[in-house]
Design a protein. Structure first.
Length: 121
């Protein structure tokens, strides 16, 4: 019974990822179609992939220091959490702060996650 639920969950996740990528490609094409002009192709030809790689690396450094900083903060409060839990808490807060007005839902969900997953009251 448990294996059936896991397989169903895996297939749902795979289907969700496929839908996400399909929608992403569709939206990119629609945006490109609606906004492209002669300057767009010229700019895309001049684009350097090194700039994208550099931006991704800098974002990774920023995110990593944010995750490690949260781990140090919780350790200072007398609780140890795993790196993956720190990643989850920070990412939950960032995402929910982006999608809700006045950033109101990020903190309550972070507190809920810390209580349920990490046992921090």
């Amino acid at each position: 019974m448990e294996d059936i639920k896991k397989e169903e969950l895996k297939s749902n996740i795979k289907r969700g990822i496929k839908i996400f990528f399909a929608l992403t490609v569709l939206v990119l094409f629609v945006i490109f179609f609606l906004t492209a002009d002669r300057n767009t192709l010229t700019s895309l030809k001049r684009f350097s992939p090194l700039h994208l790689i550099g931006a991704i690396l800098l974002w990774g450094v920023m995110a990593g220091t944010d995750y490690l900083g949260f781990m140090v903060f919780t350790r200072g409060a007398g609780k140890d959490i795993r790196f993956i839990d720190s990643m989850s808490v920070i990412t939950i807060g960032q995402f929910l702060s982006l999608v809700t007005p006045f950033q109101v839902s990020g903190l309550p969900v972070q507190v809920f996650y810390l209580k349920k997953q990490c046992g921090i009251d």
